[in-house]
Design a protein around this ligand. Structure first.
Ligand SMILES: [Zn+2]
Length: 161
C-alpha cells in the first residue's frame, strides 16, 4: 500500500511512501516539531500534521495534501516552520523518544523531498490566507511520553503501539 503526499502549489513530484515509512515520517516530524514549536500557529500546524496519523485511516490511508496544513494560516510561517522541522528531523532531533529506530536513509530521502516541496512554495507569493485567530482559549497539550502535540484522537506514536 502506497501513500501519496501531494502539494498542489508546488512544482515538484509527489512524495510516495509505503505505510511504514509514512508512519515514521509523521512520527518524526511530530516529535521534532514538538521540541521546537513556540507559537500557537506552529503548534496548530503540528496538530494538523498529527491528524494525518495513518492509524486513524487504517489500511485505506492514501496520503494527504500538504496545502491542508496551510489553511487559514500565514503561508510563510507554515512553510518556514515545516522546513525547520524537516531540517531538525534530518538531524535526528528527539528521535531518542521514539519506541523504534527509524531507517534513516529512507527517511532522509523523504524529508529532503518534503523540504523541496516546501521551498517551491515558500518562494511563491502569498495567497491571501483567510484569517486564523486560533480556537478561543485553546491550549495545546503534549503527550507526556513523546512530547508530541495531541490531535483529537491522541498521540500519533502512542496510537501506533
Ligand atoms: Zn505518545
Amino acid at each position: 500500500m502506497s501513500n501519496l503526499i501531494s502539494f498542489h502549489y508546488g512544482n515538484v513530484p509527489d512524495l510516495v511512501m509505503n505505510n511504514g515509512l509514512t508512519a515514521v515520517f509523521i512520527d518524526t516530524l511530530c516529535i521534532t516539531g514538538g521540541i521546537i514549536a513556540a507559537s500557537d500557529a506552529e503548534k496548530e500546524i503540528l496538530v494538523r500534521l498529527a491528524g494525518q496519523d495513518a492509524s486513524i485511516f487504517g489500511d485505506g490511508f492514501t496520503g494527504f495534501e500538504i496545502g491542508e496544513l496551510f489553511e487559514g494560516l500565514d503561508n510563510r510561517i507554515v512553510s518556514e516552520f515545516l522546513m525547520r522541522v524537516a531540517a531538525s528531523a534530518l538531524s535526528g532531533v528527539g528521535f531518542e523518544k521514539l519506541p523504534y529506530a527509524p531507517d534513516t536513509s529512507l527517511l532522509s530521502a523523504a524529508l529532503n523531498q518534503f523540504s523541496l516541496m516546501l521551498v517551491s512554495y515558500g518562494s511563491s507569493e502569498m495567497r491571501n490566507p483567510s484569517e486564523w485567530s486560533g480556537l478561543a482559549g485553546s491550549t495545546y497539550v503534549k503527550c507526556p511520553i513523546h512530547g508530541i502535540y495531541l490531535h483529537s484522537l491522541g498521540c500519533v506514536v502512542c496510537n501506533n503501539q
